[in-house]
Design a protein around this ligand. Structure first.
Ligand code: TYD
Ligand code: MG
Length: 458
């Protein structure tokens, strides 16, 4: 594509992405020093410019707009299709973001091999050599017909190759390694990422080829600086998981073509990422029969009910301020549950060190897990076991009430499906006349009632 010759310079801050027409030692927007980098842009547009489509702009009645021109490419991985809302839309730009080493390259290589018979996929990488990709594909034992690798960091080269190869999917691993010659700052800087993403977006839209980029997440949780990429791309998927556990969750954070409520579950094995078809069964598989301080919670990941195991351990503290540790759940919610247990249920844990853990490296953030946490802490503090077939859902309020949770029926059904025999639920939500299930549903309106039902011997 011939680049426009008439250019002007703008200066983009690497810290906040602010644009200014002249160089300054200090960014006028965020106040950081020496962060402005020069960027050449065509005289007609600003550096921030997104995709504007064709040059003619005519409004069309919505009723006459056809969606047939946006077909989706469906991968063999059902979990990925689910997260994308049924496959990737032609001409869309998706971003897979996650911590380094979480498995982004592994996932993208797998997707590049799944474009279907007789199609081509271009895997452009600035991180690894072609030989490394080959070794990885051997280990993953994937289909490599039609899979082209391009070790490159120049975004022009990637676009040129995409134009000549005409693949049905382009992968860029990662956006932080790409650079555009018109931008003076280093690869990975905000100005470079913005320009490279813009160029790739333009190519994806004009060629109607879907593209997937990978991006590292910074310590603060941002993808490559101040969220610029999230605004530009159509789909943002987060890959999460505890590096020491094998489970990986792929979560849609933004999706212009589907719901953001979906999550895909994978397991990292020695031969790549495997889909987990029944995550609930996998997450509670290692539950023992001796369950002091352990209970199953039925949580929702998007629209998907998932069972997980919560464990708590309490022990008399030797410290002036007892220690509280939570892993896989919100620390402040755990403190809230401890306080309510002490004040409203007579389970005084003030002098105890408490550790709460959600097993399998899962991170549960919804308040519906409160009741499960309360039961495990009480069970550990009183040294009384909980039944291994017991599950609990409910938000705990400050006056000790058990509050409603969204989609209770689906949570109960999931616990029932996995063979649990008893579930404690918020009383005000439970209709006694509802059709009977094989699982016994125990309504509780306060945390005291829930403790009586779960720990009758305490
Ligand atoms: P990678 O996809 O390179 O992570 P990212 O691109 O997000 O930085 O993979 C990260 C880890 O996954 C790596 O430490 C090794 C492990 N891994 C496996 O366990 N099995 C495999 O088959 C592959 C390809 C990687
Ligand atoms: Mg990688």
């Amino acid at each position: 594509m011939p680049r426009q010759t008439k250019t002007r310079s703008v200066f983009v801050c690497d810290s906040c992405g602010n644009e200014s027409s002249k160089w300054e030692g200090r960014c006028s927007s965020c106040g950081e020093w020496n962060t402005l980098g020069e960027m050449k842009v065509s005289a007609k547009r600003s550096a921030t410019g997104g995709w504007t489509g064709s040059t003619t702009a005519i409004a069309t009645p919505l009723a006459e707009v056809s969606t047939e021109s946006t077909p989706r490419m469906v991968f063999s991985s059902a979990e990925v299709n689910r997260v994308l809302g049924g496959g990737i839309v032609s001409g869309s730009l998706a971003l897979v973001a996650g911590d380094p080493g979480i498995g982004k390259s592994t996932l993208l290589l797998k997707l590049a091999s799944e474009t279907g018979h007789g199609t081509k996929a271009l895997y452009a990488t600035g991180e690894e050599s072609a030989a490394q990709i080959k070794m990885r594909s051997n280990r993953m034992n994937i289909q490599t017909d039609g899979l082209y690798v391009l070790p490159a960091t120049n975004v022009d080269q990637v676009i040129e190759q995409a134009q000549s190869l005409k693949p049905s999917l382009v992968i860029i691993d990662s956006i932080q390694t790409m650079f555009d010659e018109s931008v003076s700052s280093e690869p990975g800087s905000v100005a470079q990422i913005r320009e490279c993403t813009r160029r790739l977006l333009e190519h994806a839209k004009s060629s109607n080829i879907p593209m997937i980029l990978s991006g590292h997440v910074t310590k603060g949780g941002d993808i490559a600086g101040p969220r610029i990429m999230e605004h530009m791309v159509d789909v943002v998927l987060h890959m999460e998981g505890d590096p020491v556990s094998a489970w990986r969750l792929l979560r849609a954070m933004k999706n212009r073509f589907g719901s953001t409520n979906e999550v895909g579950v994978f397991e990292m094995t020695s031969s790549g990422l495997k889909e987990v078809e029944d995550p609930s069964a996998a997450f509670i598989a290692e539950r023992g029969t001796e369950s002091i301080g352990s209970v199953v919670i039925a949580t929702l990941e998007g629209t998907r009910p998932l069972l997980a195991e919560v464990q708590a351990l309490t022990s008399a503290s030797m410290l002036p301020t007892p220690r509280r540790v939570s892993s896989g759940m919100d620390f402040n919610r755990m403190l809230l549950v401890c306080a309510v247990l002490g004040r409203r249920a007579g389970v005084n844990v003030g002098g105890q060190d408490i550790v709460v853990n959600v097993t399998g490296g899962l991170h549960v953030s919804e308040p519906a897990s409160d009741l499960g946490v309360a039961l495990t802490i009480a069970s550990s503090a009183r040294d009384v076991p909980l039944s291994p077939g017991l599950a609990a859902v409910g938000e705990v309020g400050l006056s000790g009430e058990v509050r409603s949770v969204p989609q209770l029926d689906r949570r109960i059904a999931e616990a029932d499906r996995l063979g649990l025999n008893r579930i404690i639920v918020p009383a005000r939500q439970w209709d006694k006349n509802a059709k009977s299930k094989s699982i016994e549903v125990v309504p509780a309106s306060t945390i005291r009632q829930a403790l009586q039902a779960a720990l009758p011997r305490a």
